[in-house]
Each structure stands twice: as C-alpha cells, then as structure tokens.
Write a new protein. Structure first.
Length: 149
C-alpha cells in the first residue's frame, strides 16, 4: 500500500508568481520520502549519515498539471518500486509520487493529480562509490509501501 503524506504549501515554497517553485516540488517529495522511512521504523540520523552505505538520488523529474499556491492542502502519495538487475543484488529503486489536492487517505486512478514526480535511488558504498545491495531495512521499507494491485 502506498504511503500518504498530508501537507500544506508554505509561502517560502512559492515563487514571484505565487505558485510553488518547480524545484521545491522535489523537496516536498523528499520530505515525504523521509516521513515514509521514519514511519517504517528507520532511524533518519543513522540512514542519512555520510558513511557506510548511502542511497543518493541519481535521477529526478516532475510533471505539473495545475499550480499549487500558499495555503493549499495537498497529499503526496509515495509508491516505491525496486529496479532488479539480472543476476545482481538489488541496489536500485524508484519512487513515484503523486501530489493530490486536499487531505486524502486513499486514492484511485480517477483522483485529480496536481503534479507527479519520480526519483531514482542507488545504494552505494560511501567510500568506494561502488554499488551495494540494499540493506535489509530498506528492502523491508520497499515491501511495506510497494503498491499491491
């Protein structure tokens, strides 16, 4: 089941035209990612430390369908998916984000989408910068929020 993250748009997230600045959408999505990790029992200070295994964002994109302004209440629906590679340990995943109007606890394909985004993450050793298998706690996080159709 996806992770739902309700949020209100703040003034500092908007630009001179009064709408959410495009780059801030990825910031909002990353905030939802952090909340989903925490909800799965992952200690954020440990997870985001700069040594050992790290999981940087290696790709990100956003599509907008209507503007968001200060005061708008939205829900970010986060759905991770593993990216398996043949005969290799799982080291990558993507997260799909749908930004929906209002506070919703469940959404379907008919729900209006304000914006959608996607980030790709790759687990690496911080020292060698070589790919590593996702740790067990992150694989459990993937399984927890993975869409079940």
């Amino acid at each position: 089941m996806p992770f739902y993250y309700p949020r209100q748009i703040r003034f500092h997230e908007t630009d001179g035209a009064g709408v959410v600045y495009f780059a801030n959408v990825l910031t909002l999505c990353h905030e939802a990612y952090e909340a989903s990790l925490e909800a799965a029992g992952i200690e954020l200070a440990e997870f985001f430390k700069p040594e050992g295994l790290v999981v940087p964002v290696v790709r990100g994109n956003v599509d907008f369908f209507r503007p968001m302004v200060c005061g708008d209440r939205i829900t970010i629906v986060l759905t991770p998916k593993p990216i398996p590679k043949a005969n290799k340990p799982l080291s990558e995943f993507e997260i799909d984000y749908r930004l929906l109007p209002g506070t919703v606890a469940a959404a379907d394909d008919s729900t209006e989408v304000i914006a959608q985004a996607q980030t790709r993450h790759c687990c690496i050793n911080a020292e060698t910068r070589r790919r590593q298998a996702l740790p067990d706690e992150l694989q459990a996080w993937l399984a927890q929020w993975l869409a079940t159709d």
